[in-house]
Design a binder for this molecule. Sequence first.
Ligand code: SF4
Length: 101
Amino acid sequence: MTATWAALAAAVNAAPDLHGAACAGQWGLFDPADHDAKETAASTQQRHERAIAICRDCPVLAECVTWASTLRPGEVSGVVAGVVYRPPTRSLPPFQRRETA
Ligand code: SF4
């Protein structure tokens, strides 16, 4: 449990102060494609274009860009700081040839 609390504390401490973020209350626009709801690629793109437009006018864009630059690949998905981050793809184990007798 200690490691979990330490990880949580580290995440909270690393979170940027984005007071005044223009995306507040509009999270749905920023989410990655919703394949469960069978969202079409076109509607996802339209949604993300609206989110990116919000980012362009965001008063804390610079701080958000700085924070986003510290993230590891796959750590976020959807629109962040005016950029669309794709969800990580599941990697498959390397192909292994099966020996035959
Ligand atoms: S730049 Fe975009 S994602 Fe970042 S806080 Fe502003 S609106 Fe939200």
